[in-house]
Design a protein. Structure first.
Length: 272
C-alpha cells in the first residue's frame, strides 16, 4: 500500500535521538527516504550528554525497519560546509529533496556567555544554514516542497531564567519564527511551504536529564512569582511521536496550502 510520502526525500537534522529520531521514523513509515544528520559530539557549554554515533546508528536501524532507505551522516549545523557535505551525501544517493525538518537544537539553560553563543549558533544560525543548504535543490526541482522548523513554546512566550543560556534559548527559538515567516514569503512562489512547530516539554534527553530538572527546580524556587510550567491538558510532558505526527501532517498534501504558520503542539500550555 502506497504511503503519503512515497517517492519523497526528507532531510532531518538532529536525527540521532529524541524528536529528530521520531521525525525520521515517522516520515520513513509514511514512505519517505531519509537524510539523517547529527553532530554526534559534545558541545562544552551543554551540561547533559549529547547524541553519539551509536545513537545515529540506532536511528538508521529503526528507519530501515520501516522498509525505507536512509543515508546518515555526521554534520554540524553551525558549519554550513559541514552541513552541505552531509546533505550532498544524501543527494548523491537519492537524487532529490522534498522535505526539510530543521530539528537540531541544544538547551544549555544554566550556562553563562558560552551557552548564549552556542545556543544561538545551533538553534538559530543552524536553522538558517539548514534552510539555505536545502533551497537550491528544492527550487531547481520545480516541484515544491515543505520545510518545518522546530521551535518551542519558548519561541512564542518569554519563558526562562536569568541565565545567559536560557535567555539565548528563548531568543533563538523566537528567531526561528522570524526565519520561518521570511522564508514562507520568499519560497511561496516556488510552492515551497515553510512552517514552525512549538512544543511544550517533550520527553527527550534534552529535557529528561538531571541538569535540566535541576534548572527547572531552581527556576521555580528562586522566583517571587514562579512560572506555571504545567500544560493545560492533564499531561505532564509530550512524547516525541506527538511532535512527529504534527510534522508528518504539515509535510503531507493534507496541509498543501498551509504556510507561514506557528503551530503549537503543547497540550494547551501557551493558551493557558
Amino acid at each position: 500500500m502506497a504511503g503519503p510520502l512515497d517517492g519523497k526525500v526528507a532531510l532531518i537534522t538532529g536525527a540521532a535521538r529524541g524528536q529528530g529520531r521520531a521525525h525520521a521514523v515517522r516520515l520513513a513509515a509514511d514512505g519517505a527516504s531519509v537524510i539523517a544528520v547529527d553532530l554526534c559530539a559534545q558541545i562544552a557549554s551543554v551540561p547533559y550528554p549529547l547524541a553519539t554515533p551509536d545513537d545515529l546508528a540506532a536511528t538508521v536501524k529503526l528507519v530501515e525497519d520501516t522498509g525505507s532507505r536512509i543515508v546518515a551522516a555526521r554534520g554540524d549545523v553551525r558549519d554550513r560546509a559541514s552541513l552541505s557535505a552531509a546533505l550532498r551525501a544524501g543527494l548523491d544517493e537519492f537524487g532529490r529533496l522534498d522535505i526539510v525538518v530543521a530539528n537540531a537544537g541544544i538547551a544549555p539553560m544554566q550556562s553563562s556567555d558560552d551557552g548564549w553563543r552556542d545556543v544561538i549558533d545551533v538553534n538559530l544560525t543552524g536553522v538558517f544554514h539548514t534552510v539555505e543548504a536545502a533551497i537550491p535543490t528544492m527550487v531547481s526541482q520545480g516541484s515544491g516542497g515543505s520545510i518545518v522548523l522546530i521551535s518551542s513554546a519558548a519561541g512564542l512566550a518569554g519563558i526562562g531564567s536569568a541565565d545567559a543560556g536560557s535567555i539565548g534559548y528563548a531568543a533563538a527559538k523566537h528567531g526561528v519564527v522570524g526565519l520561518m515567516r521570511v522564508y514562507a514569503n520568499l519560497l511561496a512562489r516556488h510552492s515551497i511551504r515553510v512552517n514552525s512547530i512549538h512544543p511544550s516539554g517533550v520527553d527527550t534527553p534534552m529535557i529528561n536529564n538531571e541538569f535540566t530538572r535541576q534548572w527547572l527546580a531552581r527556576l521555580v524556587a528562586e522566583s517571587d512569582s514562579p512560572p506555571d510550567m504545567g500544560n493545560a491538558l492533564p499531561v505532564q510532558v509530550l512524547q516525541s511521536d506527538d511532535i512527529a505526527n504534527a510534522v508528518a501532517w504539515l509535510v503531507s498534501d493534507q496541509a498543501r496550502y498551509i504556510t507561514g504558520v506557528t503551530l503549537p503542539v503543547d497540550a494547551g500550555y501557551l493558551n493557558k
